[in-house]
Design a protein around this ligand. Structure first.
Ligand code: NDP
Length: 479
């Protein structure tokens, strides 16, 4: 398997060098080779997208829809193959990865259906004989920069709405998901997308991503990744007066109140904290427990964590696999070391594989830190959760909101009034009751408050607002 560029309808090997990708579950296994691009490849891709724009934007929405439906069918037919490749490339357990590919198929079908839906509204004019209406039109060439943690779903939830709105795309995937990106681009190629409508440019973020944001002739950027990079992207886009959306980090809390049903709360907290080895922007990384149930909660949580199966991403028994890469392993391990020296251990899970075979991190729950401690404030993006305690509802909400992030938050309670007050008070873009902090569905808006996002939303109908602009039209046809 090779990751290369798909530009102007042609597959081509860029000249920026190449490197071998090893399976994070089994480091001795080679998965494929990634060929990296240079700035000139990005400029060429943006030019190809610019040339393809009039034809694509001018196509009837139903015809754009047909191509997205075709891509959905092809992805569904290749679901297992794509899921296995992604699991081998970035370590997501195969069951979760298959679910992600199905989400990709659903997203393609959801946005395909938009090809025959209304794109505006009629607004009464004050003058007789005037038809006044709005019409959503494409932005132009859109740059899409995606992370490695959802290597299929995130690119599709950006590109499908961009394409159905009539934009053309230059896509820069994460370095650690470039092989999967090539398989996804192949799906669009085989669906018959016209040359230049979607262009894939693989390579280093600091070269390819930076060139896309800073130098390429694009009208907008959609980015998901770290807060540091996202803020840089936003600054450059603002300087170029380009439309942008940045989906960045989270430090999501699950608040467990004294009246919670622990048979609901425990599996949801475990899933939120440890699925995908905690590498989700919506992962639960702070568990805020009302003091009166601290002991039974901790006992039940510890028992559940000890049961977790940590193994090879392709082993169907695996609940959490390795973290995605060496850099991710070093980063997570530095937080684990900090937790060992500055916090109290609640429970640590077991590995069912030898730690030397891959980038495995044992699931870990700690407590004993202040709400302002680094472990309770910084995004770890690994299988490490910390427990904070609260005297009651008000203090739990205060702890929940004591973060610069505002992506998602959950509360576990059987009290309707407290549930509703939490939905009002939690400073997060996605707020859930008796459900884990991750798992927002594709047809609903996704995004955060505060430093988690650029105050825009992805998915659902909200994505159509980002990938289009409104024209207000007026026609005098005679009184
Ligand atoms: P980055 O923010 O660096 O990467 C996200 C995307 O941006 C990748 O495609 C990356 O390319 C690209 N990129 C990197 N530098 C630039 C740049 N200067 N200009 C434009 N694009 C750029 O995140 P990492 O993958 O390095 O992960 C680091 C941390 O970020 C994680 O540990 C986690 O905390 C957080 N993260 C959060 C995510 C989320 O969903 N909120 C997703 C992924 C990471 P390349 O991969 O080639 O560097």
């Amino acid at each position: 398997m090779e990751a290369k560029n798909w530009v102007a309808g042609e597959w081509m090997i860029p000249n920026g060098g190449s490197y071998v990708v090893n399976n994070p579950s089994r480091l001795s296994e080679e998965v494929g080779v990634v060929h990296t691009s240079e700035e000139a490849d990005v400029i060429t891709a943006a030019e190809a997208a610019r040339r393809a724009l009039p034809g694509w934007a001018g196509l009837a929405g139903s015809k754009r829809a047909d191509l997205l439906y075709k891509a959905a069918d092809l992805l569904a037919a290749r679901a297992d193959e794509v899921a296995v490749l992604a699991s081998r490339e970035m370590g997501k357990p195969i069951g979760e990865m298959k679910g992600e590919v199905v989400r990709g198929v659903n997203l393609l079908r959801y946005y395909a259906a938009e090809g025959v839906r209304a794109v505006g509204s009629v607004i009464p004019a004050s003058q007789e004989g005037v038809l006044q209406y709005t019409k959503r039109v494409p932005l132009g060439v859109v740059g899409v920069i995606t992370p490695w943690n959802f290597p299929v779903a995130i690119p599709i939830w950006k590109m499908a709405p961009a394409l159905i709105c009539g934009n053309t795309v230059v896509w820069k995937p994460a370095e650690f998901a470039s092989l999967t990106a090539s398989a996804v681009a192949q799906v669009f190629a085989d669906a018959g997308l016209p040359p230049g409508v979607l262009n894939l440019v693989v390579g280093d973020g600091a070269v390819v991503g930076q060139a896309l944001v800073e130098h390429a002739a694009v009208a907008a950027i959609s980015f998901t990744g770290s807060t540091t990079t996202g803020m840089r992207v936003a600054t450059i886009c603002a300087g170029r007066n380009m439309k942008y959306q940045t989906e960045m980090g989270g430090k999501n809390a699950a608040v467990v109140l004294a009246d919670a049903d622990l048979s609901v709360a425990i599996p949801a907290v475990v899933s939120g904290a440890f699925r995908s080895a905690g590498q989700k922007c919506t992962a639960t990384s702070r568990i805020i427990v009302e003091k009166s149930i601290y002991e039974p909660f901790v006992d039940a949580l510890s028992a559940a964590v000890r049961e977790l199966y940590v193994g090879d991403a392709l082993d169907p028994k695996t609940y959490l696999g390795p973290v995605a890469s060496k850099s991710q392993y070093s980063k997570v391990q530095s937080y684990v070391d900090l937790a060992r020296s500055e916090a109290s251990l609640i429970v640590e899970g077991e590995l069912q594989v030898s730690p030397d075979t891959g980038y495995y991190v044992r699931p870990l729950v700690v407590t004993g830190m202040d709400v302002g401690h680094v472990l309770a404030q910084e995004e770890v993006f690994g299988p490490l959760a910390c427990i904070l305690t609260a005297d009651g509802f008000d203090e739990a909400v205060e702890h929940c909101n004591r973060t610069v992030y505002g992506l998602s938050a959950s509360v576990f309670t059987r009290n309707l009034e407290r549930a509703m007050r939490f939905l009002d008070a939690a400073e997060a873009g996605m707020v859930r009751v008796n459900l884990e902090s991750a798992g927002v569905e594709y047809q609903a808006p996704f995004g955060g408050m505060k430093q988690s996002s650029s105050h825009t939303r992805e998915q659902g109908q909200a994505a159509l607002d980002f990938y289009s602009q409104v024209k207000t039209c007026a026609v005098y046809y005679g009184a």
